[in-house]
Design a protein around this ligand. Sequence first.
Ligand SMILES: [Zn+2]
Length: 215
Amino acid sequence: VLLHLLAPTAKPFADKLGVARAVDQHGVAITFDDGPHPEGTPAVLEILAQAGISATFFLTGEQVVQRPHLAQQTRAAGHLIALHGYQHKLQLRLKPQQVADDMRRGAAAIEDATGVKLTHHRPPYGIYSPAGLETAQALNLTPLLWSTAGKDWRKFTTPARIATRATKTLKHKGVILLHDADFYSSKLSHRKTIEALPLILAELNRRELATVLPV
Ligand SMILES: [Zn+2]
């Protein structure tokens, strides 16, 4: 419910702060938030492997400590591991110190589990507080939001609808937001995402949009 209320405000707020919603390279970036998830992450990894495509995973520390092997597996498959947070809380509802602590704790958990030096961050709900942006800068993390969202967190959606939303207005340099986990969205939402992903990849293929990792 919170996400639905906040989604419309996320874009102007982030744009005002100059946070990126695009990648620099020719192509598009596919991104998955909120994992690793015991069912969603392996399923997504398998689809991506079969398609020979690399994606970006914005992980939550509290899920990484539950299943570090999935974070390691994601990394080993050549995908970009990035920071979402430790917990999944709206930064604007936290005190500045709590935001900084959560991001640092999340980064440490992910780096401990994977050995990766993190380079990118996206806050829960795509909304930064000033302290969140400052902390990203202090940790040398590039903020990256998205240009199209599958809105796969919604209870009443379908794989076809997710795929359409993710690709309809997508252009070169675009960033697609999807979720390989249902921890913070409607129950079993990742199953629809898993069904939508091949549809999205087929559409990218049809439009000759290559997939890239953000730099
Ligand atoms: Zn999230």
